[in-house]
Design a protein around this ligand. Structure first.
Ligand SMILES: C[S@@+](CC[C@H](N)C(=O)[O-])C[C@H]1O[C@@H](n2cnc3c(N)ncnc32)[C@H](O)[C@@H]1O
Length: 261
């Protein structure tokens, strides 16, 4: 049985609301991912793997750079990836924790996946072993930083989110902060990492994504008493108010290279 607690049992990965949430995620985080792909030098002919492709935007960015026929996009739920297959990208229903090696690659990328699975270090070693000598692993993980928020309700909402995702899915909300050490431990070299924070602006895509993500855990969070109805209502009001600006979500992008032969 998969160790994935799991994302696909906790989140309805076929729902329109989940698709909408992923589209917001992509709008917010794609520019940083594009920068990381370019930093890695992804180029025509590179064999590319996107792990946990979600709604597929990073796989598309890989295809733009390397050619669609060179890209494999995997996920435990491939429901939103049908358009990728139509464009010539190989789409695979695949559990990164447990399933067979999906090929050999010059670059492997994953965003907001590893923090949600339980056997992270082992999975990074698996992904590293799927690289060709000299190939690059790029891992992006998120970590909420409620401690930086200027607003008590927003702080409490983010704390509830971190607590409930840990309980329900097995998400580690602070594991991202250990990067790039897990890549070094997997035998990769030239490991580096960079943190990226953009403003949460009321009404903007990041605020709307955070609201939709809070809604995923709203019911159990209220039932467990980690956050009150009033606090959540206040947090949602901040996220809808264009005058509200905050800095509470850190994305860490890490690189490592498999040693050349
Ligand atoms: C937060 S979403 C991120 C989607 C996409 N990576 C993005 O950033 O746009 C997490 C994704 O990881 C997938 N996922 C979770 N556990 C997985 C596993 N064990 N193997 C492969 N994919 C997994 C989920 O189905 C979901 O699509």
């Amino acid at each position: 049985m998969s160790e994935t607690l799991s994302w696909t049992t906790y989140v309805d990965t076929k729902a329109q609301t989940e698709h909408d949430r992923l589209m917001l995620l992509q709008e917010v985080f794609d520019p940083f991912s594009a920068r990381l792909l370019d930093q890695a030098g992804v180029a025509p002919g590179w064999r590319c793997l996107e792990v946990g492709a979600g709604a597929g935007s990073v796989a598309r960015m890989l295809a733009d750079r390397a050619g669609a026929a060179n890209v494999t996009a995997t996920d435990m739920s491939t429901h939103f990836l049908a358009p990728l297959a139509e464009s010539g990208i190989r789409v695979l229903h695949h559990d990164v924790v447990a399933d067979d090696q999906p090929g050999e690659f010059d670059v492997i990328h994953s965003r907001f996946v590893l923090e949600h699975i339980t056997r992270r270090d082992e999975t990074i070693r698996r992904m590293a072993s799927w690289l060709r000598p000299g190939g690059v692993l790029i891992v992006e993980c998120g970590t909420p930083i409620p401690e930086l928020s200027s607003d008590p309700a927003v702080r409490q909402g983010l704390t509830a989110l971190a607590t409930l995702m840990a309980r329900s899915v097995g998400t580690d909300p602070v594991w991202a902060r250990t990067l790039p050490v897990p890549l070094e431990d997997a035998g990769l070299v030239e490991c580096t990492a960079e943190g990226h924070i953009i403003p949460v602006r009321g009404g903007g895509a990041l605020a709307r994504w955070l609201t939709a993500t809070h809604r995923l855990i709203e019911e159990p969070a209220l039932a467990s008493g980690v956050v009150s109805q009033e606090e959540l209502a206040d947090a949602y009001a901040r996220y809808a108010d264009p005058a509200f600006v905050d800095y509470t979500w850190l994305t860490i992008g890490a690189f490592g290279r498999r040693p050349a032969l």
